[in-house]
Design a binder for this molecule. Structure first.
Ligand code: NAD
Ligand code: UDP
Length: 327
């Protein structure tokens, strides 16, 4: 590697995205500290890294302060699936807000750089389409998704206030729906649900009539975007959208999963959860311009890799993070 070895902290490092990032940074030779409370993950995702001399695991909750000496921080700790972040909404808000305060305080003390994993949910149920970073959103402050949406919005506020008042070196990315191998099989999000249902020949559970849209980004593209943003020294700190702008209805996703798994599953329609956004597509002009980043993996290719992963997964090794996922 050409870069100097850095000490890098990843909060939520055992989760879906965090484990891919951990792996990438360990492979690059950096000293990686993975911090996680294992609410929505298990050691399974990072077990293969545990013996590596440049990988360290800390079981810790980000709502409590911690003293570590590091050069860079990626702040990912937070349940991301609606069924899991709604399980204990007060804890979700605490994780976002107190986690941000603790990690910003740590960054301020060590003088490092911190990248925050924000979300397209800061746009709520958007009435501007596609969503540019300048759009301020349409968020219900008292709904079932608010613990996550408002928690993430408050975290963004804290990041920019620490930057303005304490010169903390921040980077903020707004992640759109991301999928890939190492999603928890009982994560409850649409891609993992549909794939597991299709592989098992069970009914595919569409919420609502399936006309709502999402734009699905493959995890490797997202990790590329994280690194581009963390290493950007032009003064651009974000927020920046990271996602794949190709938009699909949920019905189209279900049909594609059935096709790619050659499944005999039938599609069923259940009640749409409240405040479920009707449309979502990132405007990634800023990422293209400032980072030279754009996604490379299309949905068909990425789903193929994800289906391959889930078809070989030993489900008996996994416990359900909560009882809220579909049976
Ligand atoms: P994930 O649930 O797989 O990972 C989150 C990780 O954080 C898990 O390992 C979990 O155990 C850990 N965690 C949760 N609360 C914690 C706490 N209080 N202390 C320490 N660790 C804690 O989800 P993910 O998809 O990998 O998401 C990672 C980050 O990216 C999250 O902050 C999420 O909000 C953000 N994000 C993800 C997506 C997506 O589509 N995957 C979209 C937008 C934003
Ligand atoms: N969804 C669905 N069936 C499922 C899980 C989710 O139809 O088994 C829908 C959900 O209502 C939403 C979309 O798929 O409209 C994406 O849901 P997900 O939980 O993956 O993430 P969101 O983008 O809503 O945070």
């Amino acid at each position: 590697m050409t870069d100097p070895v850095k000490r890098i902290l990843i909060t939520g490092g055992a989760g879906f995205i965090g484990s891919h990032l951990s792996e990438r940074l360990v492979q690059q030779g950096h000293d990686v500290i993975c911090l996680d409370n294992f609410f929505t993950s298990q050691k399974t995702n990072i077990a293969h890294l545990l013996g590596r001399p440049n990988f360290e695991l800390i079981r810790h909750d980000v709502i409590d302060p911690i003293k570590l000496e590091v050069d860079e921080i990626y702040n990912l700790a937070c349940p991301a699936s609606p069924v899991h972040y709604q399980h204990n909404p007060i804890k979700t808000a605490k994780t976002s807000v107190m986690g941000a305060i603790n990690m910003l305080g740590l960054t301020k003390r060590v003088g490092g750089r911190i990248l925050h994993a924000s979300t397209s949910e800061v746009y709520g149920d958007p009435d501007v389409h596609p969503q540019p970073e300048s759009y301020r959103g349409n968020v219900n402050p008292i709904g079932l998704r608010s613990c996550y949406d408002e928690g993430k919005r408050c975290a963004e506020t804290l990041f920019f206030d620490y930057h303005r008042t304490n010169a903390v070196d921040i980077r903020v990315v707004r992640i759109f729906n991301t999928y890939g191998p190492k999603m928890h099989p009982y994560d409850g999000r649409v891609v993992s649900n549909f794939i597991l249902q299709a592989l098992a020949g069970e009914d595919i559970s569409i919420y609502g009539d399936g006309s709502q849209t999402r734009s699905f980004g493959y995890v490797d593209d997202l990790v590329d975007g994280f690194l581009a943003m963390m290493h950007n020294d032009t003064g651009f700190i974000g927020p920046v959208n990271l996602g794949n702008p190709v938009e699909f209805t949920i019905l189209e996703l279900a049909e594609l999963v059935i096709e790619l798994t050659a499944s005999k599953s039938k599609i069923t329609f259940a009640t749409l959860p409240s405040d479920d956004p009707t449309q979502r597509q990132p405007d990634i002009s800023l990422a293209r311009e400032k980072l030279g980043w754009e996604p490379k993996v299309g949905l068909r290719e990425g789903l193929g890799k994800t289906i391959d992963y889930f078809s070989k997964l030993d489900l008996s090794l996994y416990r359900r993070p909560t009882n809220n996922t579909v049976k």
